[in-house]
Design a protein around this ligand. Structure first.
Ligand SMILES: *Cc1c(COP(=O)(O)O)cnc(C)c1O
Length: 710
């Protein structure tokens, strides 16, 4: 680090610069220590720091250490430099060189060696083995047939494909028969090392890498934990992969019923549902049910609420608890999540805990990247049968390596900073929206959060605080809002479900943002969810903020739909020809008011449809052909063949084998209301999984035949 004023220092550094450049290094000269720290923070490719020991010494070292404790530091000293003895104890990657002429070549070589060691330290085992294998460029005579990309280059369109993805992506796609890489299915070699590395990183006793998403991780865990004929407790707010588990495995589900507030935000499963009394009652009321052997809980909920997992682990009297944490693979890396994840806390005698995470959803990994973490005793060999049952025998190594690299990225101080930055960015965004709201003339967007958000924490949903969270019977110290899941509220409905005279349905805002390249994670009636994952940088946060303010401006100017939402206009130019945005907003808002959506939604999720048979039995009926298609309004009194899940809110309303009866009529009313909005306003059709929308705008569903054919 320079510039130095003493000539005896300048010349050796100039020589070193040349020698290092010849080695292929690029050198940057920051102005001062502050400048240096900023550089390290913003440039992860920096692989070493050279500095003058007399000028900077230990203090600078500890500051660099806080940013990246693995980064090699090279201190230049002269014969009079003083040393601090405690240095050795700090276990820093710190090397000393003397200012001397004609030593540059040797120093550069040593720096090359230490840099290689640094790269070796931060690269996890399987990824390292894969990089090495690809660099060696061996000829293989096995799969995949593209042979490190060669086959693509023998065809015109194949060459386009090759050029688009690049050589290494294809070279790294190697066959499972490459023995030096070990085996994903047998857990050997670098694959085993990767699993152990991941387990250490995530605070698990054992971890598995899964290449077909958490959809598959969930099935693996369920297949192992719940034998045929057994009873399992399942969060009604479960991902469809768990419904599919129930269709595959002949088990009896007992539902844990989450609360929700009027905004449609899920409050999670209340404490009472976890008690022995509540479970005993449901077991008694369910045909063929016995005491559950396994439980599945979605943590966090889709709206970003995390549980006090310690309470669940202690209270829930089942030997095996699975936290589906697809959305929160980062909870082990920031203190605010302590006690709120599947792997937090110690093992408990007689219980085993599973946590499944979609590495790809909020960390940096390829799609399909997923992990299973385990704490507690289980039978590894049997578990592995369930694992292999769902795993391809030709895993994609780039996906596997990306799972491991995502873990490596979270290690140490760089990992902590990465997660901390997304928390801070979300906090900053939350404050900005609040500020704009205070400064704004007339209406502005609100954020679903408590009033004072001074520091980073997961905000508790406490009883008595209904004013902000809208949950009327919240349990104390049970659920917490993750700051990086940001729910923006549009005008029209209060947290407690009171409908205002005027309102702006969130779907309009979502469509507006979408046209500006900002994709919303989830849209409720009057709320929009945004995820501040580690890939969200300042520019993305800014463009969201700008999108919101521009929406307000355009809305207040009452622009034509044609100009403000051209994509929507294109859906039905006749319908939207002269319509202005405020008319459209008022039209949908009034429709929601007329149907009293908040009440309807609460009721729809309050009384579950009746389980006529297990999802497994219903699927068996379906595959034997005892199934027919009916219009959705004929659903009452019929056994649904599939899961019906309107999106939003993205929570199953009807499970396979269930029947809507008079008691649960609200379920159908809610579905029909969603359909009505789409019928009246082109472009606002609800996506209902488990139903098909015909050309004429009718929703069709599959039900079991009333008279099964023999
Ligand atoms: C997305 C999701 C899954 C499935 O994860 P994939 O990695 O997409 O297969 C499972 N559970 C929950 C709660 C999810 O949100």
């Amino acid at each position: 680090m320079g510039p130095h004023n003493a000539f005896y220092k300048d010349e050796p550094i100039r020589e070193l610069d040349l020698a290092l450049t010849r080695q292929g290094f690029k050198l940057i000269y920051p102005q001062d220590a502050n400048d240096l720290l900023k550089l390290i923070e913003h440039n992860p490719r920096i692989c070493g720091i050279i500095f003058d020991w007399d000028e900077y010494s230990l203090e600078l070292c500890s500051e660099i250490h806080l940013l990246n404790e693995y980064l090699p530091l090279y201190a230049f000293i002269n014969t009079h430099s003083s040393f601090d003895v405690s240095l050795n104890e700090m276990r820093m990657a710190l090397w000393f060189f003397e200012y001397a002429l004609d030593a540059a070549e040797e120093i550069a070589q040593r720096i090359r060696q230490y840099t290689d060691e640094y790269i070796d330290t931060i690269t996890p085992p399987l990824t390292k083995a894969l990089f090495t294998y690809v660099k060696e460029g061996k000829y293989t005579f096995c799969t995949p047939g593209h042979m490190a990309g060669t086959a693509f280059q023998k065809s015109p369109v194949g060459s386009l494909f090759y050029d688009f993805f690049g050589g290494n992506a294809l070279k790294a796609d190697v066959s499972i028969s490459v023995t030096e890489l070990g085996s994903l299915l047998d857990h050997t070699g670098p694959h085993l090392e990767a699993e152990e590395y991941i387990a250490r990183t995530f605070g698990a006793e054992q971890s598995y890498m899964v290449t077909n998403g958490t959809s598959t991780s969930n099935k693996i865990v369920g297949m192992y934990a719940a034998p045929a004929g057994s009873t399992v407790l399942i969060d009604r707010n479960c991902h469809k992969s768990l419904t599919h588990l129930l269709m595959m495995s002949n088990i009896v589900p007992i539902w844990l019923k989450p609360t929700r507030n009027a905004l449609g935000i899920l409050g999670g499963i209340p404490k009472r549902e976890f008690t022995r009394e509540s479970i005993a009652l449901k077991v008694a009321q369910t045909e063929n049910a016995s005491w559950p052997v396994h439980a599945v809980i979605t943590n966090s909920t889709y709206d970003g609420l995390l549980y006090n997992t310690q309470y669940i682990k202690e209270t829930l009297d089942v030997p095996s608890i699975h936290f589906d944490s697809a959305w929160v693979p980062y909870t082990n890396f920031h203190p605010i999540y302590q006690g709120k994840s599947g792997m937090s806390g110690d093992r408990m005698p007689g219980k085993v805990f599973y946590e499944t995470q979609s590495t790809h959803k909020l960390l940096a990994a390829f799609s399909q990247a997923s992990m299973i973490h385990i704490k507690g005793d289980y039978d590894e060999q049997t578990f592995n049968e369930a694992y292999m049952m769902h795993t391809t025998t030709s895993p994609n190594y780039p996906i596997v390596a990306s799972i491991e690299t995502a873990a490596a990225m979270l290690r140490g101080n760089p990992g902590r900073r990465l997660i901390n930055r997304s928390v801070e960015r979300a906090l900053h965004f939350r404050r900005e929206v609040q500020r704009l709201r205070e400064e704004s003339e007339g209406w502005f967007f609100d954020i679903w959060q408590p009033d004072g958000i001074d520091e980073a924490e997961c905000w508790p949903i406490q009883p008595g605080d209904e004013a902000w969270h809208g949950f009327t019977h919240a349990d104390r110290d049970h659920m917490y809002l993750d700051p990086i899941k940001v729910t923006i509220l549009t005008p029209g409905m209060s947290e407690l479900g009171d409908m205002a005279a005027e309102g702006i349905p969130a779907a309009l805002v979502a469509k507006f943002l979408d046209q500006r390249g900002v994709v919303v994670e989830k849209t409720g009636p009057y709320n929009l969810l945004f995820l501040f994952s580690i890939g969200i940088d300042k520019t993305k946060a800014m463009s969201l903020l700008r999108g919101l303010t521009e929406f307000k401006r355009a809305f207040d100017l009452n622009l034509r739909v044609k100009n403000m939402l051209p994509d929507l206009y294109a859906e039905d130019p006749d319908f939207y020809r002269n319509m202005r945005i405020q008319t459209l907003a008022a039209g949908i808002h009034n429709m929601i008011r007329q149907h009293d959506l908040p009440r309807l939604m609460l009721q729809a999720f309050d009384t579950l449809p009746e389980m006529k048979m297990t999802p497994h039995q219903a699927f068996q009926q379906q595959v034997t052909g005892n199934v027919e298609t009916v219009s959705i309004d004929q659903l009452i009194g019929r056994v649904s063949a599939n899961m019906i899940l309107p999106y939003p809110p993205g929570v199953p309303l009807v499970m396979p084998g269930e029947m809507i009866t008079e008691a649960s009529r609200a379920v159908l009313d809610f579905l029909l209301m969603l359909c009505t909005i789409g019928e009246h306003y082109p472009g606002f059709e609800t996506d209902i999984h488990g139903a098909t929308l015909t050309e004429e705008g009718r929703y069709l569903v599959r039900v079991l035949k009333e008279q099964p054919s023999i």
